[in-house]
Design a protein. Structure first.
Length: 372
């Protein structure tokens, strides 16, 4: 097995009495796009700044290719960073912006010209070297920042919220361009984002952080289908949760008593620590994703499915699909994702029509509501 390009070992970061990063360990493989994902204030940008060398860990170490660079200053690390604001120099041309790092290193002018031309071609900005940043679109300015970082041939490129300043349509286009750039350059990309859809579209693997703690590291598909707890399930996509009051073990199977669902036989791996007899379910939830929920107007039994009745609420058109609200009672509603034909049919029935939400019990997950 090859050695990871980046190893983060037991890293913590404290600012006074506040712990921003709490004992995080993870490995990042060479040539992958790796995303640090989490809500605002979770510590992802602090971790990125420690990789760049702008912050130093309070505890732990950061290794690159097996060598400790924990205390190395930024200019001595083979790592470059693209900031959220792009930080292109407005008074310089595109070519001068891209060449800036090489000029600071006093690289020969002939080599600078060659490498700038190559970098601009790589990010599809050839012919624009004489323009200034205010003559470029937001997407083009981002590519200038990426070219300026890649021209120094770093081992790792860090990108802090690289798409946040772009509109929705341009973000979609730039996601594809970033993936292509990474494939062409072979440089390891580490991206910070709070947008789970962006992370899933870009990254080979994702680390989910919350309150300075590492919750799970996995591929986008595995995070979505096999979250370790309710926080990850809710942050990676949408999910409905039902509080569990108790769990019985019956002949090697679990009978789970959940809010508004009643007792259900769940064929899932039995959580560690559960013993035969009546068990508390405190701290656990059952989850189901909206796309797993179907809607019917009659009470026809669907084998293996759980049915919950309610009244139809709002229908939100989303293009290829619609999100339908089902009001279970005065305090609870759930939503289902349906195709356009189903949405049109339901829309014709009107609000307050009695409908029945149903889903396969096998599609539910029994998860911890918190790791604490």
């Amino acid at each position: 097995m090859t050695e990871p390009i980046i190893s983060i070992r037991g890293v913590s970061k404290r600012f006074g009495g506040v712990t921003a990063i709490d004992n995080i360990s993870l490995d990042i493989e060479a040539g992958e796009i790796f995303a640090l994902l989490g809500p605002s204030g979770c510590g992802k940008s602090t971790l990125l700044r420690m990789l760049a060398g702008f912050e130093h860990p309070s505890d732990g170490s950061v290794l690159l290719d097996g060598k400790d660079l924990t205390r190395l200053p930024p200019n001595r690390r083979p790592i470059n960073m693209v900031f959220q604001s792009y930080a292109v120099f407005p008074h310089m041309t595109v070519a001068k912006n891209v060449a800036y790092g090489l000029e600071m290193e006093r690289t020969k002018r002939s080599e600078i010209r060659t490498r700038v031309a190559q970098a601009l071609e790589q990010v599809q900005l050839e012919g624009l070297g004489d323009r200034r940043p205010d003559q470029l679109s937001g997407g083009q300015r981002q590519r200038v920042a990426v070219a300026r970082a890649l021209i120094k041939r770093p081992r790792v490129l860090l990108l802090d919220e690289p798409l946040s300043a772009l509109d929705a349509k341009l973000r979609d286009a730039m996601r594809l361009e970033l993936v292509k750039l990474q494939e062409m350059s072979g440089v390891t990309f580490i991206i910070v984002t709070h947008d789970q859809y962006e992370a899933m579209a870009l990254a080979d693997r994702i680390a989910v952080l919350e309150n300075g703690c590492l919750r799970q590291v996995d591929t986008p598909r595995s995070l979505y289908n096999n979250p370790v707890d309710a926080f990850v399930a809710d942050f990676i996509g949408n999910v409905h949760t039902f509080d569990v009051s108790k769990i019985d073990l019956v002949e090697g199977r679990m009978r789970v008593h959940a809010d508004i669902l009643g007792p259900l036989m769940i064929d899932k791996p039995i959580p560690e620590g559960l013993l035969p007899g009546v068990q508390t379910g405190r701290g656990r939830v059952l989850t189901i994703r909206p796309e797993s929920i179907g809607i019917k107007t009659g009470e026809t039994y669907v084998p293996g499915h759980l049915t919950v009745s309610g009244t139809m609420g709002d229908i939100a058109f989303q293009g290829q699909h619609s999100v339908v609200e089902i009001r279970i009672n005065n305090s609870r509603s759930i939503s289902a994702i349906v195709d356009d034909a189903t949405a049109r049919e339901l829309d014709g029935l009107g609000h307050e029509t009695t409908v029945h939400a149903h889903w396969a019990v096998a599609d539910m997950h029994l998860l911890e509501s918190s790791i604490n």
